[in-house]
Design a protein around this ligand. Structure first.
Ligand code: HEC
Length: 252
């Protein structure tokens, strides 16, 4: 049985289920915007310039194999965290091999004054309270570690699949959209999600895969924005317009 044609569709839903769907879509919509903002602020700043670019993706996953993460970040997203002279001191120290003696006499103080209020407190950030804690960031930057890629990949796959599942389920009740377009739109975000996560790993191996990350992200953003807008429109605008369906269960 085709549920949309039997009259059970977004334009004829009861008001309570409509409220449930709307609440969910609103929260997901805000969540996706916050997530987008966070991507811009972290990965988007990886190359030191605002806005997401291929370079950002390469820096985040492949790394900048000419220099260290400390140097890259001090010229990028951590630029505003310390005075110029302090940053220059740290970068010089890193380039000269990050030795223990200079750490004790001078560099540790820089980290204490400028960095440990976050790096030492915020979980997930490298801890800069000790020399051992700083050393890995002073090595050549090889991008995301296998550890963090594994962690972020599985959280991303599980978490986002849930979002797409429910957004797709709601959208499957839309009317006036051909079956193949509807199926395509519902399936695409899952494909793009796999492309996205796969591209992080591929970019870690070779920087030329970075464009796949952009395509993946762009693809599922577009598909979910379309499903979101269509669903909201059909739930709240179409019934008033009264063209698609003349019998509204929700008005009774
Ligand atoms: C206000 C909090 C805050 C302060 C202060 C701060 N950081 Fe950060 N740092 C962050 C956050 C959040 C991230 C993760 C986002 C990013 O990479 O931009 C980060 C990431 C980094 C990374 C990359 C870590 C990794 O392995 O991915 C380095 C290196 C770094 N910071 C160095 C510094 C240095 C050096 C200082 C002091 C001059 C400093 N940070 C001060 C919040 C801070």
């Amino acid at each position: 049985m085709n549920m949309q044609q039997s009259g059970y569709n977004l334009t004829t839903l009861g008001v309570s289920i409509r409220g449930l769907f709307t609440g969910y879509l609103l929260v997901i919509g805000i969540g996706l915007m916050v997530a987008g903002g966070q991507v811009l602020l972290t990965h988007g700043m990886a190359d030191g310039k605002f806005g997401l670019s291929i370079d950002d993706v390469v820096y985040s996953y492949y790394g900048d194999r000419q220099s260290s993460k400390l140097e890259n970040k001090l010229n990028g997203s951590m630029q505003d965290k310390a005075e110029r002279v302090v940053r220059q001191d740290i970068i010089k120290w890193v380039r000269e091999g990050a030795d223990r003696q200079q750490w004790d006499t001078k560099i540790e103080q820089h980290f204490n004054d400028n960095c440990v209020k976050c790096h030492g407190v915020i979980p997930g950030l490298p801890n800069f309270n000790t020399y051992q804690g700083v050393l890995p960031s002073a090595k050549i930057d090889e991008g995301a570690s296998i550890d963090s890629l594994t962690r972020v990949s599985h959280i991303h796959l599980f978490g986002i699949a849930f979002i797409f599942f429910f957004v797709g389920l709601i959208f499957s009740l839309a009317v006036g959209i051909s079956t193949w377009l509807k199926t395509f739109t519902i399936v695409m975000p899952f494909i793009f999600l796999i492309v996205d996560v796969l591209s992080w790993w591929l970019t870690k191996i070779h920087p030329s895969f970075a464009w796949l990350t952009i395509i993946g992200g762009f693809g599922y953003t577009l598909a979910s924005a379309y499903m979101w807008l269509t669903s909201m429109l059909q739930m709240w605008w179409y019934p008033y317009r009264g063209k698609i369906s003349t019998e509204h269960a929700w008005l009774q």
